[in-house]
Design a protein. Structure first.
Length: 355
């Protein structure tokens, strides 16, 4: 068994580096070590790479990666995590520790809040191994679906939490702005709940993603560079509007646009990061239409368990949502996909580790 392993480090200044000199961690008291099988890449990784801190206690430099699927490699003698060595698990990235002056609620997140100076420095999915602390929530995952596809548990857990908080019900209409992997997962989950109409918007550059949206559950897609999204949504809903609009785009104009896509007393979820840009919104629309606006800040233990249950039962369209799978040696390709640079495009990128 090797004593060293590889991991990618984000510098917090727009740079990344693949290192080969990390020591494989030992289990912390009450904790475990995972052999990471795969980690999904997310637009929030782009913000993290640039040093835009948006998670409690976020530090740099750091081994990132928060859509983590791994196998239990080692357990502390006093571990009580509900898992055994060899189990495949999803990592709930939120960990609750002691409060501090800078972090009064004690919330920390794997892949964000644990630096290189803690333990072996391996606390995120961009590493071949990672440590998890006592009290970490782990959800067991099936052997019947690839680890790469199972990394969808994290965006799916967000959708379970957000649509649950919004009170979304069968027979309602949802508009999703932004056909990235979060938006596509939202479309698939909303359809599984019995949505009457699932409408996904994007640009002409998103044609491939909009096609995938139709494949995984969307009833209609709108190219906002061709059709006015408000007019199109009103046409599709008989002039009524949607019950729920979800902003999962990076464009600064989409938060305000949500208000025009929904009906009176509807709900809006803002979840697309704008990389710290200030955005203009007309709050009078919220007041006059009696809207409820929610922030999509991630899931919780319950939504992680529900996402794991859905994936373990099968039937969720993980294959068309997989995207490109890359190895650590291809990290530059992975980052190009994440930034949507170059000629290659994919609905998503997943980093795979070989063990």
């Amino acid at each position: 068994m090797t004593d060293t392993c590889r991991a990618v480090v984000f510098g917090g200044d727009g740079t990344w580096k693949l290192r080969h000199d990390f020591s494989v961690p030992t289990p912390p008291p009450g904790g475990a070590v995972l052999a990471v099988e795969a980690v999904g890449l997310c637009h929030s990784d782009v913000a993290q790479l640039a040093g835009h801190k948006h998670v409690p206690g976020e530090v740099s430099p750091v081994v990132p990666g928060h859509e983590i699927v791994g196998r239990v490699h080692a357990l502390a003698d006093d571990a009580d995590l509900g898992v055994a060595i060899g189990d495949r698990v999803a990592v709930d990235i939120v960990w609750y520790g002691p409060p501090s002056e800078d972090n009064p609620f004690g919330v920390r997140c794997y892949g964000y809040s644990f630096g290189l100076d803690e333990g072996a420095g391996l606390w995120g999915g961009y590493g071949e191994y990672m440590a998890v602390l006592a009290g970490t929530h782990l959800a067991k995952l099936t052997e019947d679906v690839s680890a790469e596809e199972l990394t969808l548990f994290e965006p799916l857990s967000n959708m379970v939490a957000w649509l649950g908080q919004a009170g979304f019900q069968a027979g309602q209409t949802i508009v999703i702005q932004g056909p990235g992997h979060m938006g596509l997962t939202c479309a698939a989950y909303a359809k599984s709940l019995g949505a009457a109409k699932v409408i996904v918007t994007g640009t002409s550059d998103d044609r491939m993603r909009l096609d995938v949206a139709l494949e995984v559950g969307a009833d209609h897609v709108i190219d906002v560079m061709v059709d006015d999204p408000v007019e199109a949504v009103m046409d599709l809903t008989g002039g009524f509007g949607a019950s729920l609009a979800v902003d999962l785009a990076s464009a600064p104009g989409t938060p305000s646009l949500c208000f025009d896509l929904v009906h009176h007393r509807a709900t809006v979820i803002w979840a697309g990061l704008k990389d710290r840009q200030a955005v203009a919104v007309v709050t009078d629309k919220v007041v006059m239409k009696g809207l409820r606006v929610l922030g999509g800040a991630g899931g919780d233990a319950g939504s992680v368990d529900e996402a794991a249950r859905i994936l373990n039962e099968g039937g969720f369209p993980t294959a068309p949502l997989l995207g490109a799978v890359v190895d650590l040696d291809e990290i530059d390709r992975a980052m190009a996909l994440l930034h949507r640079e170059g000629d290659e495009d994919a609905v998503r990128a997943v980093l795979r580790h070989e063990h």
